[in-house]
Design a protein around this ligand. Structure first.
Ligand SMILES: [Zn+2]
Length: 212
């Protein structure tokens, strides 16, 4: 539990005061606002963390600090703040303050889309298309011989029919409680596969960084 000292204001109050200072147009005092957000953030105020993170990200009146921006926005995202989650998705997509990661970006956009935030679904679809295109290119470049899966996707296929199924998205890798598994995704039903339904190959787990 955080203890609020007698001379300090309530985090909600500090946050609203900070917002007022930011929204004063020409007279906005961003530095004073950032200080209030920092203090409110120390008391785990989610909005304050997100807003301070945005200020570090923009770097207008306070010096741009992408590491601080990432850590504050990620903390606000853990608390399921939709705007923080959306911004985090953008940071993952662009590799801003964090290593580029389309899958993390997709997770953020898809979660925010489920919360009904406009525009997020289109972002999720765009990233999904990109992940799929990259996977198709990768599978085409690898020998059709062994069925291999990493913890995120199919890395190599055993036969032409499996290639088609993976490209269509009917067969995919899903992370389950017992590790990544190959599944048939039928919209409303998941069927776990212990072998290729076409040629009988058993899937082998490999590292996603395996070199072919
Ligand atoms: Zn097969």
């Amino acid at each position: 539990m955080k203890v609020i000292l007698m001379d300090e204001k309530d985090p909600d109050e500090m946050y609203s005061e900070g917002l007022e200072l930011l929204n004063k147009g020409e007279e906005a005092d961003i530095i004073a606002a950032a200080e209030l957000f920092r203090k409110a953030g120390e008391h785990d105020h989610v909005g304050a963390k997100r807003t301070l993170g945005m200020l570090y990200l923009e770097g207008v009146a306070i010096e741009r600090d992408l590491e601080k921006a990432y850590s504050l926005i990620a903390e606000a995202s853990v608390a399921m703040d939709p705007f923080a989650m959306y911004t985090l998705g953008r940071m993952y997509e662009g590799g801003i303050g964090v290593e580029q990661n389309d899958r993390e970006a997709l997770y953020m956009f898809a979660s925010v889309a489920e919360m009904g935030i406009p525009g997020a679904e289109a972002d999720a679809e765009r990233i999904m298309r990109r992940i799929k295109e990259r996977m198709v290119r990768k599978l085409r470049a690898r020998p059709i011989l062994n069925l291999e899966i990493s913890d995120v996707e199919v890395e190599a296929v055993c036969c032409k029919k499996m290639m088609d199924a993976v490209m269509e998205g009917t067969i995919e890798v899903m992370d389950t409680y017992k590790g990544p598994d190959l599944v048939i995704d039928d919209e409303d039903r998941l069927t776990f596969l212990t072998e290729c339904p076409f040629c009988g190959s058993k899937p082998k787990r490999v590292s996603k960084d395996k070199i072919y």
